[in-house]
Design a protein around this ligand. Structure first.
Ligand code: PDD
Length: 292
């Protein structure tokens, strides 16, 4: 997948081939940093403000000073798409670490390292149509999953286990309570009601999740931020996940057992459509005139 040549870093725009780091780097040695993945459709950011706000919240939570004020970062991110001449579907990856310094657990007195780059990211259209399978695994992560931290080893191991079992995602549970997936939020549909874990420190507060909540309200689909159990998941009418790269992805099989006869359900389809309209991927139906 193509990575575009111009990379934004704390000192300005740099050619990706020329971007190097000292071997004593906090992100490499401690995972001491944060990141974001932002969706771009046809050269335009989707949910940009939500991602930037979350990045500053994550930075504050780990006491990391980002090199840019928000306003400056918005301008630079616009320029990043312009300078790479982006007109297609891509993702922008942003990362900030506590900088380069001799290894010591205590914070060094240095500036943060920052970069943002652009990579091609076609929409997963085939999977969005058919749905995907998932496995369930214990959630072995720390207690601050609302921080989009670079420490992703439990997520990486869970996603790899999913792959080795022929599945797309791992749905995680703490003591039988479903939290989220290794790289996405998860939802259950029962009697046309949508349930998902509340925005506590146990999950990442997904940008797509927050938009889906609004889109469900607009479509009069009851949306409950209430945790559900592994057993309730197994008895769900429909299950789906969301993320900036997977959009609204139907889950049609869990631990080898079919969900909704192995077909994406009605509510999932409706929310997929709402997402696509919101992101301008399909046309919004004309509002009918009520005048006579
Ligand atoms: N992952 N939960 C986790 C643990 C995630 O890593 C992600 C995103 C989400 C969904 O968040 P959002 O709707 O803001 O994309 C939920 C990104 C895509 C990644 O790590 O690549």
């Amino acid at each position: 997948m193509k990575v575009y040549p111009n990379v934004l870093c704390e000192s300005g725009m740099v050619d990706q081939e020329k971007l190097t780091y000292h071997f004593q780097e906090r992100g490499l040695q401690f995972g001491d940093g944060i990141y974001e993945v932002i969706r771009v459709y046809s050269g335009k950011y989707y949910l940009l403000e939500e991602h930037i706000d979350r990045m500053y919240r994550s930075a504050q939570a780990i006491k990391l000073r980002l090199p840019f004020q928000k306003k400056e970062l918005y301008e630079k991110l616009d320029y990043l798409l312009d300078v790479n001449n982006i007109k297609t579907d891509v993702k922008v990856y942003l990362q900030a670490t506590r900088g380069s310094a001799l290894r010591d657990h205590v914070f060094p007195d240095v500036e943060a390292n920052f970069y943002a780059y652009v990579q091609d990211m076609p929409r997963p259209e085939a999977l969005l149509s058919t749905g995907v399978s998932a496995i369930t695994l214990p959630d072995t992560r720390w207690q601050n999953c609302y921080i989009k931290s670079l420490n992703l080893l439990p997520n990486v191991l869970a996603k790899q286990e999913a792959k080795e079992n022929g599945a797309f995602e791992a749905i995680l549970h703490r003591d039988q309570t479903i939290t989220e997936c290794s790289a996405s939020n998860v939802y259950l549909v029962k009697d046309n009601n949508v349930y998902t874990h509340p925005e506590t420190n146990q999950i990442l507060h997904g940008c797509v999740r927050s938009r889906i909540k609004i889109l469900a309200a607009e479509a009069n689909i009851p949306f409950y931020e209430e945790a559900f159990t592994l057993e309730q998941l197994q008895n769900a009418d429909e299950v789906f996940l969301t993320s900036s790269t997977a959009e609204v992805m139907p889950i049609i099989e869990i631990d080898g057992k079919p969900v909704n006869g192995k077909t994406p359900g009605k509510v999932t389809r409706e929310l997929q459509k709402a997402y696509q309209r919101d992101a301008h991927l399909i046309d919004t139906p004309n509002v009918q005139s009520t005048s006579h």
